[in-house]
Write a protein that binds this ligand. Structure first.
Ligand SMILES: N[C@@H](CCC(=O)N[C@@H](CS)C(=O)NCC(=O)O)C(=O)O
Length: 201
């Protein structure tokens, strides 16, 4: 399998972490959505990373769709998103909040990085960051006592998505250690685990 995208992208890293956690062999082409338009568009007509090229040449796009396939491959019963029921809904809820937070944070980053300085609308950036921080706070509040994983006493996509969103928020200048210390500590603990450590950009 070939993973297209750089791990600086939270969506790509989510897929890379999942591949590592499942022990699935893959190669990676570290291209970025903005820096390598032609290469990325060759795999994904929308020009976004990640894309995953399967061994028979089929190309999957969008981290959620890619992970859905990896879950199928790995075995729904063991997957990091449970197959059914309350546990599945609980994991999907956190993942939706955290991926939505990434979308908002990237919206802020795009505002900052893709406009001339005099055209950056700071109130819009702040609104995006506030929306993301609100979602991150909801996950921080789930961690009433220190614990290894957010849900189900095992690694799930709730942890993976919380990890990447926490990281992105810090990158945008949110002082996570001060503002959301439980989530920050959770992310730091996850970083000790192999799938998180080896995908560090
Ligand atoms: N919903 C998509 C989002 C992917 C995405 O927005 N990727 C960014 C990189 S972090 C990108 O390629 N942006 C380039 C662009 O939008 O032109 C997913 O989950 O894979």
């Amino acid at each position: 399998m070939l993973l297209i995208g750089v791990n600086r992208s939270p969506y790509t890293r989510r897929v890379a972490i999942t591949l590592e956690a499942y022990g699935i062999a893959y190669r990676q082409e570290p291209v970025s959505g903005f820096g390598n338009r032609a290469e990325v568009r060759a795999a994904n007509p929308l020009g976004r990373i990640p894309a995953l090229v399967l061994d028979d040449g089929e190309v999957l796009v969008d981290s959620a769709a890619i992970i859905d396939h990896l879950d199928e491959l790995y075995g729904r019963e063991r997957a990091m998103t449970p197959a059914a029921g309350f546990d599945r809904r609980a994991v999907l809820r956190v993942a939706a909040l955290m991926m939505g937070a990434c979308d908002k944070l990237l919206g802020a980053a795009y505002e900052r990085n893709h406009h001339p300085p005099e055209k950056v609308h700071r109130p819009w950036m702040d609104d995006c960051i506030a929306q993301a921080t609100h979602a991150l706070s909801a996950v921080d509040a789930m961690i009433e006592a220190p614990r290894r994983y957010l849900l189900l006493d095992r690694l799930t996509q709730a942890d993976v998505t919380a990890f990447i969103a926490e990281r992105l928020a810090r990158g945008l200048g949110v002082d996570m250690a001060a503002r959301l210390p439980r989530l920050h500590a959770h992310a730091m603990t996850l970083l000790e685990e192999m799938p998180f450590r080896v995908t560090e950009p």
